[in-house]
Design a protein around this ligand. Structure first.
Ligand SMILES: C[S@@+](CC[C@H](N)C(=O)[O-])C[C@H]1O[C@@H](n2cnc3c(N)ncnc32)[C@H](O)[C@@H]1O
Length: 285
């Protein structure tokens, strides 16, 4: 790949998906995009770049963006966020929302669905406390391909063996030959939507909880700050943000502050505007 083609692809991917590629990732781009070129009947990256620059290349550019996303995920990934959900977030929010009896949760880069469905199973396990509540889990991702798999809720034996406790497999999945499908009740709790985190959040509505895990690591500082600022406007003042194990707001933004003693859990920083902290949440810990 020529340096000019690489620069074109780097700039294109940064603009389209936020992906911040270092100067030395040509091998990664080649390994992901040579198959895209072949599928389009093109001999290599140079021809792919040429075609992307021309008219009518929307489908091809979408394939390029999708091929460059990393979709690695598994059920109950990293465990701790789901312990926070069960032991900290849900006890606090069931008190705070007792009046309106509704919860909206956003899985902001849901990949093939293991994250939103892990959230859904956690909530189902708390069915008694949430009886009669309106629960909505909104699962979004840039990639249509992963969303299709997530919508179907069908997983291989290998996928259900990664992180999913056997008792939840037995309770919430139906076996279809060698595959496993989440039951209709769990699937019905999750609403899917194609959404790019670089887009305006304002028509998503407000959320009580946002899971945004293992996607910000691919973005540069400026993009992260911008996303945190916009998330702070789309989360309830007493809502909670859950980040991935390698992600933090510390040293990046003061739009959120770490939740005391709970790694990976954050709340909107209300002191920023001079307002007081949501005391009930602190009391309910
Ligand atoms: C590594 S997966 C993380 C999945 C899940 N959150 C987890 O932690 O297991 C990252 C996901 O982010 C998605 N993604 C990448 N850039 C995005 C963007 N700009 N907007 C929305 N989703 C994006 C990818 O398509 C991919 O499915």
């Amino acid at each position: 790949m020529t340096p000019l083609d690489y620069e074109f692809l780097r700039k294109f991917l940064k603009e389209r998906s936020g992906l911040d590629l270092a100067a030395d990732k040509q091998y990664l781009v080649e390994s992901r995009l040579v198959p895209v070129a072949r599928k389009a009947g093109l001999p290599g990256i140079a021809e792919l770049v040429q075609k992307m620059k021309g008219p009518g290349a929307e489908a091809l550019t979408t394939d390029v963006v999708e091929a460059m996303t990393t979709n690695e995920t598994f059920f109950f990934r990293d465990k701790i966020p789901f312990e926070h959900l069960r032991d900290t977030i849900l006890p606090a929010l069931t008190q705070l929302r007792a009046g309106r009896r509704s919860l909206r949760i956003w899985s902001a880069a849901c990949s093939t669905g293991q994250e939103p469905y892990s959230i859904a199973m956690c909530l189902k396990e708390k069915a008694a406390a949430l009886a009669g509540w309106r629960i909505e889990i909104v699962a979004t991702d840039l990639s249509q391909e992963v969303l299709e798999k997530s919508r179907a809720g069908i997983y291989s034996q290998f996928e259900v063996q990664r992180g999913l406790p056997i008792q939840l497999l037995v309770k919430y999945f139906n076996q279809i030959g060698e595959l496993w499908q989440l039951n209709a009740k769990i699937r019905g709790m999750v609403h899917h939507r194609q959404f790019n985190l670089l887009q305006d959040f304002s028509n998503l509505g407000k959320f009580d909880v946002i899971f945004c895990r293992n996607v910000l690591i691919y973005f540069d500082q400026e993009t992260k700050i911008n996303i945190f600022e916009r998330m702070a406007k789309t989360i309830e003042p007493d809502g909670m943000l859950v980040l991935g194990a390698a992600e933090t707001v510390v040293g990046i933004t003061d739009a959120f502050r770490p939740f005391p003693d709970k790694r990976g859990l954050y709340q909107p920083n209300l002191t920023r505007g001079g307002a007081s902290l949501p005391l009930k949440v602190v009391a309910a810990r």
